[in-house]
Ligand binder design. Structure first.
Ligand SMILES: CC(C)(COP(=O)(O)OP(=O)(O)OC[C@H]1O[C@@H](n2cnc3c(N)ncnc32)[C@H](O)[C@@H]1OP(=O)(O)O)[C@@H](O)C(=O)NCCC(=O)NCCS
Length: 152
């Protein structure tokens, strides 16, 4: 919905500026270099896993016996959690990493399950849910998240 329309003159150009209501949707984006994930995992292994991931997330990433795949999976989850934090407008340490859990349906499509501070911030922002999409290759993982507004 366009809530305001203004015409600005910039140099020789007229520019139409439209202030658009976001209708309550909000997006978040994040990327992470997998070398950083590998370094954290090699340096802190158990502490790193417990701080960032839930038990089910750890099981999911370690389903593959291939180290590179495990790191890509963990990188994707961290990027997803940071993208969700941006949607919620608040990051770590206010929202613990494990309050945002990445889960999958039977076709491997990722979703987020929020609890504790994550859930609280979702409700405070009037989101009905937060949807995510994750990508990774051998160097980088990235994710985008979108907050879906609830009914007013
Ligand atoms: C909100 C949060 C998730 C942002 O993470 P970040 O790593 O600092 O952010 P990025 O470098 O990916 O992106 C920075 C951009 O995020 C946006 N941003 C900053 N705070 C934000 C907030 N509260 N809500 C939404 N977006 C925000 C800004 O556009 C910022 O760009 P700018 O600094 O040029 O203005 C952050 O508060 C947080 O908790 N970071 C955790 C950092 C960490 O421990 N990472 C370890 C990974 S191994």
């Amino acid at each position: 919905m366009i809530v305001e329309k203004r015409t600005l003159m910039q140099g020789p150009f007229f520019k139409e500026l439209m202030v658009v209501d976001s209708l309550g949707f909000r997006i978040g984006l994040d990327l992470i270099f997998l070398s950083r994930v590998e370094e954290l995992y090699n340096r802190h292994s158990t502490n790193f896993l417990q701080r960032f991931f839930t038990e089910d997330e750890i099981k999911y990433c370690f389903k593959s016996p291939i180290f590179q795949k495990q790191i890509e999976c963990m990188g994707g989850f961290i990027a997803a959690k940071e993208a969700v934090m941006k949607v919620l407008g608040e990051g770590w340490p206010r929202i613990p990493w494990t309050d945002i859990e990445v889960i999958h349906d039977e076709r491997n499509r990722p979703f987020v399950a929020l609890k504790g501070e994550g859930l609280l911030h979702m409700e405070q922002n009037n989101f009905e849910s937060v949807q995510i999409s994750i990508t990774h290759d051998e160097l980088i993982a990235a994710a985008v998240a979108i907050g879906i507004p609830g009914k007013f």
